[in-house]
Design a protein around this ligand. Structure first.
Ligand SMILES: [Mg+2]
Length: 456
């Protein structure tokens, strides 16, 4: 099988990646760090990494799955409370406390109810709806069961939230059959063992798999063949592209771009004034179905970091701290998704003259609590930033370890568990409603560990 695929490449079948795009292999090595390589079984090359890292297989086949549970919170509630079966069900906060809908089952959605809508509005649209409070612990438990099903087929699982993940099965084909066969098996197991449905998209890359899983929800199953990418993408509206929100959609409509085909046929000349060079290029690549990001199993990461380059150098304290807080939240969300704790925190600053400093600090005990890490990062800032203009700010965590390795301290434990719950609620809300849906006020996070949750 592997040999046949080698031949395909030697035959010179068109590569999906355009010239000059980054190599999946290189990305993967950076992400995993040295020493964590899983030898690539399918191409029989011990120097390559498993699955998507293996360039030619990745380019050539539809072996990336995006699995997304249908109305996850609501489905878990209905499974646990069968008396609500067949009724409109909403999971969300209390109407009199300005709660929002965290999830609605498909029956509730027929009344026009959707995520992020105020619960009071939802109940006005459908007074008969069953309103249940969210139980994040329970959803997290079921999420682990789902993940265990994924891991029967591949170790390369990258979770995006409690209810969706990318799977790279290119290393599993010899054992389990085609990606489609694996997809069907996963759906069946989720239905039989957990009593819920999932929608699956299968494609040569993450971008396409994610679009595909969403197209026929609920209980969807959409395959994008490697030679049918254009036909798949062209008729779709631009809003289907990951990251194209209402604002970008409006800008594109302004230059008569409605479908992905319109976008594909446009030029950088048209896009650059509206979106800048980087985003413009990204949009064009998306319209061509190009995405070379590998599936990164978070569990193997040695470190997790994010950084941001500012369009203009920044010396305002609130902007800088606000940015670092946002980066910290992203990093911590990935850390928790990976089921890891971190011991080391690093601050990175690049100044106007391009000189760069990195400063790190070790914690007495590893943690996955955002407020604890943020507290230390602020101390690093206070020590090492003297007000000079900054062009890039970044933060990262390393020395990751499994939660079991953490020493138990009963008093700390209680506070820690509370903070963990707060973090998980935030992760989930942000996953559903976007990054802006919820954020900690810098001021409140500075003075205490208490995050400031609010709707937007
Ligand atoms: Mg979902």
């Amino acid at each position: 099988m592997a040999m046949a695929r080698r031949r395909n490449v030697a035959d010179g079948r068109p590569a999906i990646r355009p010239e000059g795009a980054p190599q999946a292999v290189r990305l993967r090595v950076t992400a995993l760090g040295k020493g964590s390589a899983i030898p690539c079984a399918p191409c029989l090359d011990p120097n390559r990494l498993w699955g998507s890292a293996c360039g030619f297989i990745y380019e050539d086949m539809s072996t990336i799955l995006h699995v997304d549970m249908d109305a996850f919170f609501a489905s878990v509630e209905i499974r646990d409370h069968p008396e609500h079966e067949g009724k409109p069900v909403i999971v969300g906060g209390r109407a009199d406390a300005r709660g929002v809908v965290a999830a609605a089952n498909y029956i509730a959605r027929t009344f026009g109810i959707h995520s992020a809508m105020p619960v009071s509005t939802a109940l006005r649209l459908c007074p008969a709806a069953v309103l249940l409070p969210p139980r994040l612990d329970r959803y997290s438990e079921v999420s682990h069961q789902i993940r265990a099903i994924f891991e029967r087929f591949t170790p390369v699982v990258e979770p995006l939230s409690l209810d969706e993940a990318f799977l790279d099965v290119s290393g599993s084909l010899a054992l389990f059959g085609s990606a489609q066969t694996i997809g069907h098996k996963i759906k069946t197991m989720i239905r039989n063992e957990l009593g819920m449905t999932a929608s699956i998209g299968i494609a040569p890359n993450k971008l396409l798999a994610k679009i595909a899983s969403d197209l026929e929800k609920p209980d969807g199953f959409v395959v994008v063949p490697a030679d049918g990418i254009q036909a798949f993408l062209d008729p779709l509206p631009v809003s289907r592209i990951w990251g194209v929100g209402r604002v970008a959609e409006r800008k594109l409509k302004g230059i008569a771009i409605h479908s992905i085909e319109d976008l594909r046929k446009t030029t950088m000349k048209q896009l650059e004034p509206l979106f800048g060079q980087k985003t413009g290029r990204h949009l064009l690549a998306c319209a061509q179905g190009v995405d070379s990001r590998p599936v990164i199993p978070d569990r193997e990461a040695k470190s997790i970091s994010h950084e941001r380059t500012f369009p203009q150098d920044v010396d305002q304290e609130d902007v800088l701290y606000g940015t670092l807080l946002g980066l910290t939240e992203q990093v911590m969300r990935r850390l928790r998704n990976a089921d890891k704790l971190a011991r080391c925190i690093e601050l990175k600053l690049r100044f106007a003259d391009f000189s760069t400093i990195t400063r790190s600090r070790h914690l007495a005990a590893p943690t996955d609590v955002t407020s604890e890490i943020w507290h230390v990062l602020q101390q690093l800032m206070q020590q090492h930033w003297n007000g000079q203009p900054v062009r890039l700010a970044g933060m990262g965590v390393s020395e990751l370890q499994h939660p079991k390795a953490r020493q138990a301290d009963l008093f700390l434990e209680k506070k820690h568990v509370h903070q963990q719950k707060v973090d998980r609620v935030e992760d989930e809300v942000r996953e559903r409603f976007g990054k802006q849906a919820i954020h900690r006020g810098s001021a409140s996070a500075t003075s205490s560990a208490k995050p400031n949750l609010h709707d937007s």
